[in-house]
Design a binder for this molecule. Sequence first.
Ligand code: PRP
Length: 215
Amino acid sequence: MTNEPRQLTLAIAKGRILKEAIPLLAAAGIVPGEDLDRTRRLIIPTSNAFVRMVIVRASDVPTYVEYGGADLGIVGKDTLLEYEGDGFYEPLDLRIAPCRLAVASQDPGFAALPRLRVATKYAAVTRKHFAQKGLQTEIIKLYGSMELAPLVGLADCIVDLVDTGNTLRANGLLEVEQICAITARVIVNKATMKTKHAVTVDLLQQLERAANGPA
Ligand code: PRP
């Protein structure tokens, strides 16, 4: 028996990841104590007395976890690739919210342009991807609706998440290249792994079992 602290704060990315995480968390015995569609509370207790949730923007999840504002986080691999930090562990792929990070354009011949203008919210990933191909890029940083940029002449192509491909199709864009497959991951604060080891490992095992589905 140890005296280590047992309360864990779990930061979850708003939107699709949260939606898909809720059933998985329920299977791991963690049900929010409030109606998430209605509550204005920012810290949500759960049915597991040792776990409370905070629901934040995806790009803020790594920050909360790295600096200890949350012990664990559930966030997309896209956000982690862009964050580029190593201030946390990434022990588990929940395999929820699957999609891909891809390059899309109206014109499949766009790569022949001397200096590409690429609209994206993934500036670091995009710069690295095109640099590896020896292509010079000017990154146009956007925060949403990337698909609009080529349509109004703001960019030659975009780098964005693609799931069904419906948004690209609806806007006459072609998926020209897949950069990588994306799923939601669990990240853990490094100090938490030491100071709350037993309860953290226990939660990770429950989440892993839930992600693997019924035996
Ligand atoms: C994401 C992504 C695409 C769309 C892809 O946007 O940025 O726009 O989903 O999905 P599809 O291939 O199934 O059409 P989201 O709706 O999550 O909003 P965002 O623009 O704020 O990221």
